[in-house]
Design a protein around this ligand. Structure first.
Ligand code: PGA
Length: 248
């Protein structure tokens, strides 16, 4: 069964109210495309306004706490994201794993909390340059993925993003063989851990310096089911060509 591609933008800590015209343009373009899902994960402060600026479009957050509520200053719950109008959330981005010491166990708990709160979730994994150069990328990332998946999930609601850390925001893209090798490996490991049916339906996105110029190649590699896009998702001019490359 062909997996429908997902092209998701991650605005990271970028974007003010004045930038919401980009979200509107992106959502209007998304409506004209066939066979591809498009989403934008914006800063928490913009979620509600992005939903207003882009009605019917998938707007998400970039992190969620694993508890439902409580004394967790500065954190946000799945119910809060949902209440603001979000329909999805990114968990386990390498910038959070590195800067906020998030472990795969925490990431799995966050993913479970998001799903329980009726949010779709993108679970991110990826290796550092040291790990890649030491020849340990495949084992490291698959172990990270298996440990980051919640106990149960529906592949309609959970996707994975493979993002080599050395390719994020650097302009360096993993080579086609590196991407296919990793995506194929991850799918086989998910099959071994969770069964063929889940592995066959699971969307595995690539992320790391995806741009209009390389999107067509990347999105047509085997086992690549979409893209998670940082810098190039900030403007419609840059993001729309990537969305178009994801069309069926
Ligand atoms: P980038 O970021 O596209 O700017 O490399 C990707 C990501 O971190 O999700």
């Amino acid at each position: 069964m062909a997996r429908r591609k997902l092209v998701a933008g991650n605005w990271k800590m970028h974007g003010l109210g004045a930038d919401l015209g980009e979200a509107t343009r992106i959502s209007m373009s998304a409506e004209t495309l066939d066979g591809v899902d498009v989403a934008l994960c914006v800063p928490f402060t913009l979620i509600e306004r992005a939903v207003e600026a882009a009605p019917g479009f998938a707007v998400g957050g970039q992190d969620v706490h694993h508890e439902e509520k409580g004394a967790f200053t500065g954190s946000i719950s799945a119910a809060m994201l949902k209440d603001a109008g979000a329909s999805l959330v990114i968990v386990g981005h390498s910038e959070r794993r590195e800067a906020f010491a998030e472990t795969s166990e925490t990431v799995a708990a966050k993913a479970a909390a998001a799903l329980a709160g009726d949010l779709d979730v993108i679970v991110c994994v990826g290796e550092s340059l040291d790990v890649r150069e030491a020849g340990n990328a495949l084992e490291t990332v698959s172990a990270q993925l298996i440990a980051s998946l919640p106990e149960t999930f529906d592949t309609d609601c959970l996707s994975v993003a493979y993002e080599p850390i050395w390719a994020i925001g650097t302009g360096k893209v993993a080579g086609p063989e590196e991407i296919e090798e990793m995506h194929g490996h991850l799918r086989r490991q998910v099959a071994a851990a969770r069964g063929e049916e889940i592995a066959g339906a699971l969307r595995i996105l690539y992320g790391g310096s995806v741009k209009g110029e390389n999107a067509d190649t990347i999105l047509h590699l085997s086992d690549v089911d979409g893209a998670l896009v940082g810098g190039a998702s900030l403007t419609a001019d840059q993001f729309v060509p990537i969305m178009k490359a994801g069309q069926a």
